[in-house]
Unconditional design. Structure first.
Length: 467
């Protein structure tokens, strides 16, 4: 339990930081405590807007010495809202926002408060990119530490597969670098183990020569779902690495660039991304277009940052979100039947289901090379109930839970941590599988008191079962 603080103690913290400390009585507190998922309504003790590593070190020491609950906020997109907590000191990294591209070394170093839009803007000027997610307002830190799935997964691997080093403030307040050569055990754990091991104030990533991609959505009638999914499940696992496509159920937004006859229509679709040169890409898409003429085909050449930000207007901050997820090895006919049943019952315009392929380059990394353990799964599946109106909270939550319950028997067991709510220790263990015990050992080494526990928590001790 956190112990009460006097105003004097907070005053000491304030005078020790370059950045501001926002308290409940401050006029900007209500806005400062908001996160991307409006279903999360937490009231922290204070929010420290850290402007540099020194501020982070001071906050970590302050929280530890005063026995305070501590949460770490980067972009604030976390599904379960772990960037904020009741009665906690929040380390808000958003002011630590900088990018430094090394074109000769094909790398980029970014501050822990950056979003992927910041990174895409900086790297695109050099004709390069880092594999990340699908929403540009997502924080770099949260997405990376959980693994990092997106449009470039099959070509470049997960985001963690492109992480070269990380600057970390540990629970002791010590500042270290984690890489293949420095603190390699910590580096291993950071690549998929979430925020359990410290506050990452900077990331250095490998860059890829990706500039213009051949990409966009193809949408099909919902009645064609079974046919499209059966074709897709075989096609994507055998596709060349240059080609990525994730499957979705969606309701077409009622506005441009979508044609009026499709507005608010429930459909299925595949959002493609091909990194091959345009002439070659067009050849690669001939069998895709020959399979079945889509009701909408928006696939064509566009700058990589345009693809990365394509869905930002549809999913702005402040919507209600409820998440459930699984890894999937096979997409069986029975599973497809269940998918169609719940797609027909999409409860709101923003609610959706995505199947992200995680084969290709991502699958050629060993299961024990990083904390991420599901290298042999073919998809990361997520279903989300989403709506702007809090009155629809129960409706979107029930649909998501029922959908998950119906599909979970066809899953591989664990889930992508960035798609999980606060679902308990068993789900965390299932997600890390055989890597869990090693994560426990590393947690015990770097955070023995579990200071960093507002996350998909890996406790620094494990209970051995009786023989």
């Amino acid at each position: 339990m956190s112990k009460p603080l006097t105003g004097g103690a907070i005053g000491v913290l304030k005078t020790s930081l370059r950045g501001p400390v926002i308290e409940p009585a401050d006029p900007d507190y209500a806005e400062a405590r908001k996160v991307y998922n409006a279903m999360i309504d937490k009231k922290p003790l204070a929010i420290a807007r850290c402007v540099d590593v020194a501020d982070v070190i001071t906050c970590v020491n302050f929280a530890r010495d005063n026995n305070l609950l501590l949460s770490i906020r980067g972009g604030g997109h976390n599904a379960g809202g772990f960037g904020i907590a009741d009665d906690a000191l929040v380390i808000d990294l958003s002011p630590i926002k900088y990018t430094r591209v090394d074109p000769a070394g094909a790398s980029v170093t970014v501050g822990g408060g950056c979003t992927w839009g910041d990174v895409d803007h900086a790297t695109h000027a050099f004709g390069m990119a880092v594999p990340s997610g699908i929403i540009s307002t997502t924080g770099v830190g949260g997405l990376t530490l959980g693994g990092g799935i997106g449009h470039l997964t099959r070509k470049c691997g997960l985001t963690i597969d492109n992480l070269l080093s990380a600057d970390v403030v540990l629970a002791s307040g010590k500042f270290v670098r984690a890489s293949a050569d420095e603190n390699p055990d910590l580096f291993w754990a950071l690549r998929g183990g979430g925020g359990n091991f410290g506050v990452v104030t900077a990331f250095t990533f490998k860059l890829h020569k990706i500039d213009i991609v051949y990409a966009g959505p193809m949408l099909y009638e919902l009645s064609d779902t079974a046919e499209v999914m059966r074709w897709y499940r075989n096609f994507i696992v055998n596709a060349p690495d240059d080609l990525n496509g994730w499957f979705a159920f969606l309701t077409v937004p009622p506005g441009p660039p979508f044609p009026e006859n499709l507005h608010l229509k429930k459909m299925c679709g595949i959002i493609w991304c091909c990194t091959a040169p345009q002439v070659k890409a067009e050849e690669m898409f001939k069998p895709i277009r020959a399979f079945k003429k889509p009701a909408l085909d928006f696939v064509g050449p566009l700058p990589h940052p345009a693809l990365q930000s394509m869905f930002d207007p549809i999913y702005p901050p402040g919507l209600q979100w409820y998440w459930r997820a699984d890894f999937v090895n096979e997409l069986s006919d029975k599973a497809i039947d269940q998918h169609l049943r719940f797609a027909q019952a999409l409860p709101t315009m923003h609610s959706t289901m995505h199947l992200y392929p995680i084969n290709g380059a991502a699958a050629r990394v060993s299961k024990n090379e990083t904390a991420w353990s599901y290298r042999d799964a073919n998809w990361a599946q997520v279903m989300v109930g989403v709506d702007p109106d809090p009155a629809n909270k129960e409706k979107i939550t029930k649909w998501t839970k029922d959908y998950f319950d119906a599909l979970h028997p066809y899953s591989a067991g664990g889930a992508y941590v960035n798609f999980m709510m606060d679902e308990g220790e068993d789900r965390v263990k299932a997600t890390y599988g055989a890597n869990y015990e090693r994560l426990v050992e590393i947690k015990a080494k770097y955070d023995p008191q579990n200071l960093f526990r507002v996350n998909q928590n890996i406790k620094p001790t494990t209970t051995k079962r009786a023989a």
